[in-house]
Ligand binder design. Structure first.
Ligand SMILES: NC(=O)c1ccc[n+]([C@@H]2O[C@H](COP(=O)([O-])OP(=O)(O)OC[C@H]3O[C@@H](n4cnc5c(N)ncnc54)[C@H](O)[C@@H]3O)[C@@H](O)[C@H]2O)c1
Length: 453
């Protein structure tokens, strides 16, 4: 099948490369010519394990075609997946301007023949119908469509994406479920064919339900995280161990063990914006989604709660040198969108500390965000208040404390004994409960984590 992917970021590029691997011919549209040239060389402009190899294979096979041109991608495509960003507006609602702009450009470059336009971007209920309207308006205005052909030559659909950054290739090749939401038999058949060689349950449903499945899934996962974080805070008060509590809970199959890891809360491009967007959707329909509001508030408070622990032990923070391990919002990615680590780093800097940070992939992205967060004075002195370094050892050297803020596996295997001897004070705050508290204490660290005595 011929497929066009609009928006070749984490979701779009991974999907494009996987569809090409399945044997489809896939045009991957990005606007930035320089990044498209990278893709044509098989290089990926962000860090995602396994993706460069898959992109290279796809490009070499001729089945994956990166392009800046809608005119090249759209006219012959039978299926068009919209995979552009849906960032939050200040109200919390999803900003759909990229989705509608993409739909308009698709319509302006239509060509001939039947097409399915499917949203893979996470969008509020009702968006696919709005995409239909945008496309119809353009098609109806075309001179060759005076006969009113426009509405029968395409269908819209919702195919929400569930991949996780850091394991995007694996998740896309091995989905738990493929959700196909459409009100048309013809579109259902086309989308089923696109995905026929992928494993996983099929959830074939109407458009609005498919759109809701994505938000409900992310809201539920965020709820699990905020729930276990609140349990952790109570564990801190009563002297219980949240890791053991989570294990004891998770063995009950009705609960499950996934997403019961206490820490400094969720971040990234999805959970923060999707929880806010679902809350806004409910609000706009005059429903007060109290539970979700609490989930969002708990998540915001959790990073502050962690900072308080640091402040309590190190106060005053002014003049202290704090080493940070991990800047990405989670491990195995260079994505720092809504990263708890970056909030904590900039709060420390604002209180007068110097931050020296190591992250295996995210340092460059982090620097740009931190610069924007700081006051003009601090920002102009960025290189002296926020230093990124190429090794964990350098972050530890002369530090008054080390903060573990991203769960990179490699941090477990650091030569912690050597690190201790380099530090000014042997204090570790583990915001991800990554390290073994008993071992850290045996090594002579003062070790503070989340909900573990
Ligand atoms: N990142 C994830 O883990 C994930 C998982 C599931 C769903 N999603 C959802 O998928 C969507 C995309 O997320 P992402 O993380 O891939 O975002 P991203 O920012 O990595 O990629 C979006 C891409 O779209 C491009 N773009 C914007 N407008 C365009 C246009 N008119 N034409 C062509 N390209 C255009 C941008 O330049 C960017 O490269 C969002 O709605 C997100 O919520 C993301």
């Amino acid at each position: 099948m011929r497929i066009a992917i609009i928006g070749a970021g984490y979701v779009g590029l991974t999907s494009a490369a996987v569809y090409a691997k399945l044997g489809h011919t896939v045009f991957a549209v990005r606007k930035d010519a320089e990044k498209v040239e990278m893709l044509k060389r098989g290089e990926v402009p962000f860090y995602e394990p396994g993706l460069p190899e898959l992109v290279k294979d796809g490009v070499q096979s001729g089945r994956l075609i990166p392009t800046t041109s809608y005119a090249e991608a759209v006219p012959n495509a039978e299926v068009i997946f919209i995979c552009v960003g849906t960032p939050p507006l200040s109200s919390g609602e999803a900003d759909l301007s990229q989705v509608f702009a993409a739909a308009r450009e698709v319509a302006e470059n239509w060509g001939e023949g039947y097409k399915v336009i499917a949203d893979k971007s996470t969008v509020p209920v009702g968006t696919a119908q709005k995409v239909r309207k945008v496309i119809e308006e353009v098609l109806v205005a075309r001179p060759q469509n005076r006969s009113g052909l426009a509405t029968s030559q395409f269908d819209v659909a919702s195919c929400p994406e569930f991949l996780r950054e850091g394991s995007a290739v694996h998740d896309t090749l091995n989905p738990d479920r493929v959700v196909i939401g459409t009100d048309s038999e013809r579109a259902r058949a086309v989308l089923s064919k696109v995905h026929e060689d992928l494993p996983g349950e099929r959830v074939i449903t109407d458009i609005r339900t498919a759109e809701m499945i994505k938000y409900a899934s992310n809201a539920f996962l965020a709820t699990k995280i905020s729930f276990i974080n609140e349990i952790a805070n109570v564990c801190d008060e009563v002297g219980a161990n949240v890791d053991e509590v989570a294990r004891g809970m998770g063995l009950d199959p009705r609960i499950g063990s996934a997403f019961l890891k206490a820490g400094i809360g969720y971040g990234g491009a999805c959970f923060p914006k999707d929880t806010k967007a679902l809350h806004s959707i409910a609000f706009l329909h005059d429903y007060d989604f109290k539970l979700l509001k609490a989930v969002i508030e708990v998540n915001k408070a959790q990073r502050r709660h962690f900072l308080r622990k640091v402040r309590q032990m190190l106060a005053p923070l002014a003049g202290k040198k704090i080493g940070i391990l991990g800047l990405a919002f989670k491990n195995n990615t260079d994505d720092v969108r809504e990263s708890a680590a970056l909030d904590i780093a900039s709060w420390l800097i604002k209180e007068g500390a110097q931050v020296v940070a190591y992250d295996p992939q995210a340092a460059e992205n982090a620097k740009a965000v931190i610069k924007a967060e700081l006051s003009p004075n601090q920002s102009s002195a960025l290189d002296s208040v926020f230093i990124t370094c190429p090794t964990a050892e350098e972050a530890a050297r002369d530090a008054d404390a080390l903060l573990v803020l991203t769960e990179w596996k490699e941090f477990c295997d650091l030569p912690w004994s050597d690190l201790r001897s380099m530090m000014n004070q042997a204090i570790v705050f583990d915001g991800r409960n990554l390290l073994d508290s008993k071992k850290m204490r045996e090594l002579g660290f003062t070790y503070v984590s989340v909900g573990r005595p």
